[in-house]
Ligand binder design. Structure first.
Ligand SMILES: *Cc1c(COP(=O)(O)O)cnc(C)c1O
Length: 418
């Protein structure tokens, strides 16, 4: 469910014509629907009502301050993976006590910043990190609340690049080794063992891998309890999938019901780290067609958005719906939608049946609200796109389009070249 709909053959975001925003701010442009963001956050968070829980939005998925602020106002917390994300979370007004810190390669500066800020919990991913966190906390005279991110060896049945809970993945500590490493952590003066965490992958379309994981974690928690370790938090990570094409992921309600059923007897606070499921279908990428090229084998629609704006098709071969901003009714053609970047991997869609577009006509790349702008870059010296939020019949720029000047910010020509 989202608020991108046609009225009289014209695509609207809530009550605003998409073409109107494009005319005023230019393209390429990320467009988010406030009502959709809110609805998705509430649907997810609300599905867990009745159990002690904290919804920690995964900040890497969409880290715009305005979007983070919207979730903060709904009582949301955050899952961060870097010092930079902590900075954003705090800037957006997020309570430090609702922030958890994941990631395999946390830097000392990141650990210090998070300790100073008083975040809720560190999800540590290796024995060396356990020792480092203890050392850093000791130097600062602090006690760090921590969980071990366990790798439960469960197959999330998703794309290999976004699967994280298999033995061969770099993430977490093997669940069979976790008890031993928890014992090490519990013996360290500056650590407080508080939780067990995991995150098995992204774009999951079945509930069973989550439940298999949860059962393994419950067993671990029981075992730790027997060794005298009190676990207060069970962090189940993120990963719930969305519909890009024809996937049929479970509704957050079903997902929550299955989880609640498993933990109803436990005295734990559940932490959830949703990302994609909240913002994915709340944003689109609007682009302008520059040229159409009929090559011998294929037809290419060359647009002004590219892999630097949205890398998911190039990186994971992922599917994004392509829709006209104005339905022309012209007979559809089979085409590749490609960007201007000098890479053959620069495509947004392949072999799609789309209406032919004249130069200057607009196209919407659907489901671009997650891992879209946040993964964008300046490759080919392309200023990053503008981000806009629509609320009702108004729209608000939430990130200005970058300028050429922004592109060279921080670069310097040394004296010997002058
Ligand atoms: C990326 C990530 C998430 C969010 O995953 P989604 O599939 O977008 O819900 C949650 N937790 C951790 C640790 C992550 O790395």
């Amino acid at each position: 469910m989202h608020h991108f709909n046609y009225i009289d053959k014209e695509l609207y975001c809530e009550q605003v014509p998409v073409s109107k925003v494009a005319r005023e701010v230019g393209t390429p442009l990320y467009l988010y629907s406030h009502a959709t963001l809110l609805r998705h956050f509430r649907a997810f968070d609300g599905a867990f009502s009745g159990v002690k829980h904290l919804t920690c939005f995964s900040i890497k998925v969409n880290s715009n301050l305005a979007i983070l602020r919207l979730f903060v106002r709904e009582g949301g917390g955050g899952d961060i993976v870097s010092g930079g994300e902590l900075y954003r979370a705090l800037k957006a007004g997020m309570e430090p006590g609702k922030i958890v810190y994941s990631g395999v390669g946390k830097r000392v500066e990141g650990l210090e910043y998070a300790l100073k800020s008083g975040i809720l919990m560190f999800n540590v991913e290796s024995i060396q990190e356990i020792l480092k966190l203890n050392e850093v906390a000791g130097k600062m005279g602090k006690k760090a609340r921590m969980a071990i991110r366990v790798n439960p060896d469960v197959d999330p049945k998703t794309h290999p690049y976004i699967s994280t809970g298999l033995k061969e993945n770099k993430f977490g500590i093997d669940i069979s080794e976790a008890p031993e490493q928890y014992t090490v952590a519990a013996g360290l003066k500056n650590l407080k063992v508080s939780g067990v965490s995991c995150h098995i992958g992204s774009q999951l379309t079945e509930i069973s891998p989550f439940i298999d994981t949860l059962r393994k974690l419950k067993k671990l928690i029981r075992r730790l309890g027997q060794s005298g370790m009190q676990i207060d938090y069970l962090d189940l990570g993120g990963g719930l999938g969305i519909t890009y094409d024809r996937e049929e992921p479970p509704h957050p309600k079903e997902y929550a019901r299955a989880i609640k059923e498993e933990i109803k007897m436990e005295d734990l606070t559940l932490i959830l780290e949703p990302g994609r499921v909240i913002t994915g279908n709340a944003g689109i990428l609007v682009t302008k067609v520059l040229y159409t090229k009929h090559a011998t084998e294929k037809t290419f629609l060359i647009v002004d958005a590219a892999m630097n704006d949205l890398i998911r098709p190039s990186l994971y071969n992922s599917y994004h719906g392509i829709q006209p901003v104005k339905i022309s009714g012209r007979e559809k053609i089979k085409a590749d939608i490609v960007g201007p970047i000098c890479e053959s991997a620069d495509f947004l869609a392949k072999e799609r049946y789309v209406e032919p577009h004249e130069p200057g006509e607009l196209m919407a790349i659907m489901s671009a609200g997650a891992y879209g702008f946040s993964m964008s870059s300046n490759y080919n010296s392309r200023p990053r796109a503008c981000e806009v939020m629509v609320k009702g019949d108004r729209f608000y720029i939430i990130r200005k389009r970058e300028t050429f000047k922004d592109l060279v910010k921080g670069e310097m020509i040394p004296d010997f070249l002058s």
